[in-house]
Design a protein around this ligand. Structure first.
Ligand SMILES: [Zn+2]
Length: 275
């Protein structure tokens, strides 16, 4: 199998509020009419091999279809009350006539989401309808990454600094007689959100993958037991990653501060002028 990176066309289509209103009302605080909502369907992810040479298995997609119902749709994976604009009210796996890069029928996870059709949400609705908001990425937690060739777990081998399975297969490599190695994402334990991404940095629907705590603990134990890391070829890379991690923590804190300050200002304004 050739190592190709195929871009995924993320189709956002408006859905039928009239037909879906009963489903939508399962999640709304009060009974809504079809006129009050705007709903759309979106391809969230599929079972194809992505840029990271990872892919959701069919079983994983089925599980994600259950986990995503009721979850929110936000922008840029950014959590704040006013950004939680829509809610997924239905989610299903659809089989297509295309093939994925593993030679299997391509399956896609398609979600339907609704939002209130108001003056405030008009710009978002226009952006969806106009095809401006069309890139999405899913945030979920996956507990197992396995080898496509032998099924054993992938993890960082901290003595060789290679990411490999228990039988030392590495993703992206082809093994004579065995085939091409990629990573299967298995056992999803939670679905966090579907996010519109304003900057189309990722051609495919990206996944926020979190390393299991166990793996990180092991890695830190190994690192901390080394008397000197400076000579290691990957040390600079690690240092950069750690600096980046620290910066994003600062960034998060700054954002939180800005938000709470704005909130105070707005509340103050409302108290004063909007009685
Ligand atoms: Zn393997």
């Amino acid at each position: 199998m050739a190592k190709v990176l195929k871009s995924l066309t993320l189709a956002v289509k408006s859905a039928d509020a009239q037909a879906d209103i009963a489903l939508i009302n399962q999640f709304s605080k009060r009974e809504l009419t079809p006129e009050e909502v705007y709903c759309f369907s979106v391809v969230m992810c599929d079972n194809d091999i992505d840029r990271d040479l990872e892919r959701f298995t069919n079983k994983t997609l089925d599980k994600l279809a259950e986990l995503f119902v009721g979850k929110t749709v936000i922008r840029d994976h950014y959590w704040s009350a006013d950004q939680q604009m829509c809610r997924i009210y239905a989610c299903e796996v659809q089989k297509t006539t295309d093939q994925n890069q593993a030679g299997e029928p391509l399956r896609r996870l398609v979600g339907k989401a609704y939002m209130l059709n108001t003056e405030e949400t008009k710009s978002t609705i226009d952006a969806i309808e106009g095809g401006i908001l069309k890139e999405v990425s899913v945030g979920c937690r996956i507990s197992k990454k396995t080898c496509s060739l032998c099924g054993t777990s992938f993890r960082m081998n901290w003595s060789s600094w290679e990411y490999e399975c228990e039988n030392h297969h590495k993703k992206g490599e082809t093994y004579p007689g065995e085939g091409y190695c990629y990573v299967n994402l298995e056992d999803p334990t939670d679905a966090y959100e579907l996010s519109f991404v304003a900057v189309p940095a990722q051609r495919n629907a990206g996944v926020i993958k979190s390393v299991t705590d166990h793996e990180v603990d092991d890695a830190f134990d190994t690192l901390l037991s080394c008397p000197d890391l400076s000579e290691h070829p990957k040390f600079q890379e690690l240092l950069k990653l750690m600096q980046r991690s620290t910066m994003s923590a600062e960034d998060r804190a700054a954002r939180k501060k800005i938000l709470s300050e704005s909130e105070k200002i707005i509340k103050n304004y409302e108290r004063k002028y909007q009685k």
